[in-house]
Design a protein around this ligand. Structure first.
Ligand code: KIV
Length: 275
């Protein structure tokens, strides 16, 4: 059954936990969907894990549409959320609505996600008024790393924790259907989760959030440039892939691959006529 924003709300209301993963391509989305994931985020983390940038700043609308639409084709049941990239909504409320619309029309998203709290509440409201569901994202918001001075846990001081609670309430009031809490103390995430009616989706925010999300290459051990503390490796596919690549290189070198069973045949008399 297709998951929607209503499914997410129902799950919170019934005390059921929501599982989300990122995906950036058709095949991975299909596998996650078949496994029964509730939501797939086409995160702008694709800047890091797919495009090899140091951060998410250079990701474009075209990147999000290209990767997003391939995920949408692979996800039959999961709710597909596509990230709004840096400067696709911060510039104005008008830009926010136009670009959210493009992610829906061209990316075939079921919802969009954007980063920020009180400051982007008007943007969220305008997008929601255009009948586009919005997932908010507060705490350690990677598009603000230059303002934060790096990837740092947020909400640790009294003032920062109060601001985070205000941000959470502002995005709910603006009409967001869910909010990602990234890189904040677990006890603060619990408070936010209890204070909000909409579901919270945690990443580095403890077990009391209404759901969890991870970048799939992190949880499969496929990305080694940087592994945050909050990542749990559910498999070491990186090692398995490297072993397979090494075996292939060796077998090609030793002419063990391809074998007869991998080859197409032709009648001997045809070949003879060619000499
Ligand atoms: O871009 C992304 O993958 C994200 C998740 C880490 C929540 O925003």
């Amino acid at each position: 059954m297709k998951n929607t924003v209503s499914t997410f709300q129902k799950m919170k209301d019934e005390g059921k936990k929501i599982s989300m993963l990122t995906a950036y391509d058709y095949s991975t989305a299909k596998l996650e969907d078949e496994a029964g994931i509730h939501g797939i985020l086409v995160g702008d983390s694709l800047g890091n894990v797919m495009l090899g940038y140091e951060d998410t700043i250079s990701v474009t609308m075209e990147d999000m549409i290209r990767y997003g639409s391939s995920v949408a084709r692979g996800a039959k049941n999961a709710l597909v959320v596509i990230d709004m990239p840096f400067m696709s909504y911060q510039t104005s409320v008008y830009d926010a609505v136009v670009n959210a619309g493009r992610l829906m029309k061209e990316g075939r998203a079921g919802a969009v996600k954007l980063e920020g709290g009180v400051k982007v509440a008007p943007h969220i409201k305008a997008i929601v008024d255009a009948s586009i569901p919005v997932m908010a994202h507060i705490g350690l918001t990677p598009q603000s790393i230059n303002a934060f001075g790096g990837f740092k846990v947020q909400g640790k001081t009294e003032a920062a924790a109060k601001q985070l609670l205000e941000d959470a309430k502002a995005v709910e009031e603006a009409g967001a259907f869910a909010v990602v809490l990234e890189g904040i103390p677990a006890k603060l995430a619990k408070m936010v989760t209890e204070a909000l009616h909409i579901p919270t989706i945690g990443i580095g925010a403890g077990v009391d959030c209404d759901g969890q999300i991870l970048v799939y290459q992190d949880m499969l051990g496929m990305f080694s440039d940087f592994t945050p503390k909050f990542v749990k490796k559910y498999a070491d596919l990186g090692s398995i892939m490297k072993e397979a690549f090494t075996s292939y290189i060796e077998e090609v070198g030793e002419q063990k691959f391809p074998e007869d069973k991998h080859c197409y045949t032709i009648k001997e008399e045809v070949i003879e006529k060619l000499y």
